[in-house]
Design a protein around this ligand. Structure first.
Ligand code: IVH
Length: 710
């Protein structure tokens, strides 16, 4: 029974069904783990265990909100052998049940109050995204520190825990109980995490520099070794988990330096107590007061509320400011404050009934980095893109994300084949955060930036010395660049030709059939005729990445024949055979005809001149009145126009200096395009005439009924 984790076929479960199924699998997996640790019943063979794990992983991939920190997919299982000695917790380390909406939370609170038989005082805390730890103090002295493990047996990480800032080896004050288990969360603050990753990057560079100084230097090998030894950490939680569970005594040299830094970045906040027969206080909030007196680190965020509205307001407040807290949080933990009610309410098999975790929507998921491909955009820039196994993140399925340039790939430390962590920056643009280096098996390979353009084979080079970005210098003929420019011409900010979108641009410049494209460059755009459009078939490409688009459901490359239709039976009877122009082809020709008399500024934008967007184009058009006048102007005349300046003036002059650019203008004019403002009195004249809005800067905000932003 093997399941390809990345693409496991899942029946489409509703969230409720998926949750029930995940709970069922979790129960089985945890039972199997317990059995493995010495229980006598429930031992299962490895294949069954693996199949359960894969099914759970597949469910969590489809419904990331179901993946708790304590999910078997996230915790150390019995099947994974630990380098640390086992420690049995005096009292089980439970996990928390989750709710995902304010309504569910209110319902849970109401039920808890009903069970308690009276109104409850609530304690709200941030749910720290780290790993749980249990510190056992006997008469005020730390005797062991253990990870959660399977809840009953954890790993003994005392050697490392005593070096975590804030964890005391001896409690201050007096009157300490004979035994108390202090529970808390070990984490890395966001700022320290960033420093840690910067250090990893410096160490990777050192490894590569050292390798480069030796004979028989192999760049790819050096990069791979650097990424393996000092990976970028994907998120603070992974880094904290590995940081607490490392064997520093087995490390030396640079590895030791990195390990020490990782340990030094760890912090802890307490969030509860385990075995403590007779606590001298009546509420969880008071427990924190006492633990603070003993010198234990207590979070500054917990608050108490008399009613559920206060709790919900707290949840909403931190939903807004979760990114301004010093550590990562993935939700809010709501607890009944009175300790006497903890006993009364009791617990289920895995979680207390007196506490619940409200989970914010997930922002990060893990998926497989299948490949890094390089594609060339409209300006010739060669951009590496991550191609990933489809992953649902912040509400949509993501398959690719930009990696910007070869330096960013290096800085992120990802290898092809890695499990990676992915998030949506600002909840819109997918971003690769880094590898989950612990999951590497040695089959991963380093990315090597190609030296030639993947679409036309020209040698890639920086536009000028010192630029990081590599570009394809074949501006005129590179199919990727022509396709991008033609699409740009049709865009809303340029000639706004609705029929000229990404599919059409690809069909005109890079058809699957026929072999000769209708357009070699944009110069011929206004010369197109209907009969040129008939036989075109095309692969649909992403306008940003140039990658072939795939059907979301089937994953197949999308092919279309935008300009072709088969003759109807009636037409066939009339003797019509072979493909016929589609309505879309007819519309394109009509819209191109109409576009010939659009505003001059739109043509200026459509020419793809660097830095010339709608604002500069309007200023130039308004001042000069015609493309000829713009072309004839000196650099100083151009630069002096309000809203233009030296950089745009240079870009314009550089653009007109190329013959094939001038050819575009001439062919467009010959085809009937009007590159002037009718009745314009000539350069500068309009400005001299003045107007009611002359000299004013107008800022428009909000929205206007019936108008889009464009
Ligand atoms: S109370 C009886 N409070 O979240 C359970 N847990 O998903 C006691 N966590 O295993 C847990 N912040 O490791 C509690 N303020 C907080 C927490 C917190 C993070 C972790 C904890 C727990 C996991 C459950």
């Amino acid at each position: 029974y093997t399941v390809d984790v990345a693409d496991a076929e899942l029946p489409a479960l509703t969230l409720d069904e998926a949750r029930a199924e995940a709970e069922r699998l979790t129960e089985k997996i945890l039972g199997a783990r317990e059995a493995y640790y010495g229980g006598d019943v429930g031992l299962v063979d490895d294949a069954t265990y693996d199949a359960w794990m894969h099914q759970l992983e597949a469910i969590e991939r489809a419904h990331p909100e179901l993946q708790g920190q304590d999910s078997p997919t996230q915790t150390v299982g019995a099947a994974e052998s630990s380098m640390f000695a086992p420690v049995e917790h005096a009292e089980r380390m439970l996990s928390l049940d989750n709710v995902f909406s304010p309504d569910e939370l209110r319902e849970w609170c109401t039920k808890a109050e009903a069970s308690a038989g009276r109104p409850v005082q609530w304690l709200t805390e941030l749910k720290i995204d780290g790993l749980a730890i249990s510190l056992r103090y006997e008469n005020g002295v730390l005797t062991s520190a253990a990870t959660r493990g399977d809840g009953r047996i954890g790993e003994d990480v005392t050697v490392n825990a005593v070096r975590v800032a804030g964890i005391p080896e001896r409690l201050s004050g007096d009157g300490h109980p004979a035994i108390v288990e202090v529970r808390g969360e070990v984490f890395i603050p966001v700022a320290a995490f960033e420093e840690l990753n910067a250090l990893q990057a410096r160490l990777r560079e050192r490894v590569i520099a050292d390798a480069a100084a030796r004979p028989r230097y192999d760049e790819e090998k050096a990069q791979k070794s650097a990424a393996r030894r000092f990976p970028a950490f994907a998120n603070p939680r992974n880094a904290a988990s590995g940081g607490l569970r490392q064997q520093l005594d087995k490390k030396s040299g640079l590895e030791l330096e990195a390990g020490e830094a990782r340990l030094a970045s760890l912090r802890m906040y307490v969030h509860g107590i385990g075995a403590w027969p007779d606590p001298p206080v009546a509420a969880q909030s008071e427990v924190y007061g006492l633990l603070a007196e003993w010198g234990l680190p207590v979070s500054p965020y917990p608050r108490t509320f008399d009613d559920v509205d206060g709790v919900l307001a707290f949840v909403a407040e931190y939903g807004e400011k979760r990114h301004s807290v010093a550590h990562e949080l993935d939700g809010i933990v709501v607890k009944v404050d009175e300790l006497s009610l903890h006993d009364e309410l009791g617990m289920t098999s895995r979680a207390p009934r007196w506490a619940i975790a409200y989970k914010y929507p997930p922002e990060e998921v893990q998926t497989r980095l299948l490949d890094i491909i390089v594609s060339v955009g409209r300006t010739g820039r060669a951009t590496p893109y991550a191609q990933m196994a489809p992953a649902l993140v912040a509400g949509s399925v993501v398959r690719q994300a930009t990696l910007h340039n070869q330096d960013v790939v290096k800085a992120k430390g990802v290898l092809i084949g890695d499990m990676i962590v992915l998030r949506k920056a600002g909840d819109v643009i997918p971003e690769v955060l880094g590898p989950v280096a612990e999951l590497r098996d040695g089959s991963e390979r380093a990315f090597v930036m190609p030296t030639t353009c993947p679409e036309c084979g020209s040698t890639l080079a920086p536009a000028k010395e010192g630029d990081i970005d590599l570009r394809c210098p074949n501006t005129r003929g590179c199919p990727a660049q022509v396709r991008g420019r033609v699409e740009h011409i049709g865009s809303r900010g340029a000639l706004d030709i609705e029929a000229l979108g990404e599919v059409t641009a690809a069909a005109l410049t890079q058809p699957l059939a026929p072999q000769d494209p209708a357009l070699e460059t944009e110069a011929g755009l206004f010369d197109l005729t209907l009969d040129q459009l008939v036989p075109i078939e095309v692969i649909v490409r992403d306008s940003e990445t140039g990658e072939a688009r795939r059907d979301e459901a089937t994953g197949e490359v999308i092919r279309r024949a935008p300009f072709r239709r088969n003759p109807s039976p009636a037409e066939k009877k009339d003797g019509l055979t072979g493909p016929q122009p589609s309505a879309q082809a007819v519309t394109l020709i009509e819209e191109l005809e109409k576009a010939k008399t659009k505003d001059l500024w739109r043509f200026l934008v459509a020419l793809n001149i660097r830095h010339v967007g709608p604002v500069a184009a309007r200023a130039l058009a308004q001042y000069f009145g015609s493309l000829d006048a713009i072309r004839a102007a000196t650099r100083d005349e151009l630069a002096a126009v309000d809203g233009v300046g030296g950089i745009i003036a240079d870009a314009l002059q550089d653009w007109f200096a190329l013959d094939w650019h001038v050819d575009i203008v001439e062919r467009w004019v010959a085809a009937g395009a009007r590159l002037s403002i009718p009745g314009h009195p000539g350069p500068g004249a309009a400005a001299a005439a003045g107007g009611v809005l002359e000299g004013l800067t107008v800022v428009a905000t909000g929205s206007l009924e019936g108008y889009t932003r464009e």
